[in-house]
Design a protein around this ligand. Structure first.
Ligand code: GLA
Length: 388
């Protein structure tokens, strides 16, 4: 389900700003991470969903060289050379996601120049719902449509990730871009970030996800995200030296092998790896439990995931912990922080019939603790599309 309102608005802003209708328009959704935290860059597995909020990107031809880009929410316009690999300054940081994608598309023989562009999104910024990945993917889809070129979906994800890594400064994995591309209507995406295969996972008809956003500032590039990435690499290297098979990433270490060797490696790296290896194990359990319709047990995995985020990976924060606790007390099947952490949103699994009353209870309980979250139902949605 794409956000038709944001598409209509983006087209309108584009037409008013440049005096001409866009000839290529694409839309890409944000994502919610359901299980499998910080596993993507460890070549692990994840369960995620694309959501019913996203970014729309519009393009029309211009008679001047370069790219003119308007951020529809700020109503600010900037210009850049799509062939240069220079990052734009902080005051137009938002344009770097687009510039990065255009730059890496050139490496795939998809050249764009002399264009006017506009983007607009409906994903709240800093909510941990991957608004930047949605912008990157929408940009790539629109540019491909405009230039009449085709690229494999995985290639699109990989180059959008390169834009995020090198133009936005976050050393993230592929989860956000893949979720935006491979989303399934009312279903989850099961991704394997070693083989880069993705597949749909059915959700029972009577459950929905809630997104509870305590509205705390969140910017992964300024967070310990990159430091955690390094700790995981360190854990993999040290475990590799102890095990009798090759270890490239934490994906190569089973829970049993980890348990037997964790005390022999750097304590901090071991602590971070507890969460990641535990998550990879939980994703596989979760897929089986969903297939068997064991929702309570599946929900418990979400709570378990949040617990090791809090205690071992230390990527939670007080507000998220309060929200998860309030969600548990309100009767959700499961809840956990979703995405990078250190802010962002909590995702919860609930029976559809209880969604409204659970949202009300969460908001009330959080208010009593001085937090004012918004809680809403999210619709797992299809992936990115070309509108025209
Ligand atoms: C962010 C990153 C993803 C992933 C998650 C944590 O969303 O962009 O690549 O690492 O955090 O699972």
């Amino acid at each position: 389900m794409h956000d038709e309102q944001v598409v209509a608005k983006a087209i309108n802003i584009h037409t008013q700003t440049y005096g001409t209708k866009p000839t290529a328009v694409a839309y890409a959704p944000g994502r919610v991470e359901v299980l499998g935290n910080h596993t993507d860059y460890n070549e692990g597995t994840v369960l995620s969903a694309a959501i019913n909020m996203g970014h729309c990107f519009c393009i029309s031809a211009s008679d001047k060289p370069g790219v003119r880009l308007t951020a529809g929410d700020l109503m600010e316009t900037t210009k850049f050379d799509p062939a240069s690999d220079e990052r734009l300054p902080k005051n137009v940081q938002w344009a770097n996601y687009v510039k990065g994608v255009m730059f890496y598309l050139r490496g795939q023989d998809v050249e764009i120049d002399s264009v006017d562009c506009t983007f607009l999104g409906s994903i709240p910024m800093g909510a941990g719902l991957s608004s930047s990945a949605a912008l990157e993917v929408a940009t790539a889809y629109a540019v491909l449509e405009y230039t009449g070129k085709k690229l494999d979906k995985k290639e699109v994800g990989i180059l959008a990730q390169a834009a995020e890594n090198n133009f936005a400064g976050c050393n993230c994995g592929l989860l956000d871009q893949f979720s935006s591309i491979f989303g399934v209507h009312h279903g989850l995406i099961h991704s394997d970030f070693r083989s880069l295969e993705t597949g749909p996972v059915k959700l029972p008809g009577d459950v929905v996800f809630l997104m509870i956003n305590p509205h705390i500032k969140h910017a992964l590039a300024d967070s310990p995200y990159n430091a955690r990435h390094e700790s995981c690499e360190k854990a993999a290297a040290e475990l590799g030296a102890l095990l009798d098979h090759p270890v490239t990433t934490l994906r190569d270490v089973s829970w049993e092998e980890f348990e037997a060797n964790k005390d022999k490696i750097d304590p901090e790296a071991a602590q971070r790896a507890t969460h990641v290896i535990g998550e990879i194990t939980r994703v596989e359990k979760g897929v089986k439990l969903l297939a068997e319709g064991q929702l309570e047990a599946f929900g418990q995995l979400l709570y378990d995931s949040h617990e090791t985020s809090r205690t071992a990976f230390e990527n939670s924060c007080e507000e998220l912990d309060i929200v998860v606790e309030a969600t548990r007390e309100a009767g959700a099947l499961g809840a956990r922080l979703s995405g990078g952490g250190w802010g962002g949103s909590v995702v919860a699994l609930v029976h559809a019939a209880n969604a409204k009353s659970i949202c009300e209870k969460i908001v009330k309980a959080c208010k009593a603790k001085g937090i004012h979250p918004t809680a809403e139902t999210i619709i797992p949605s299809a992936g990115a599309i070309v509108i025209k």
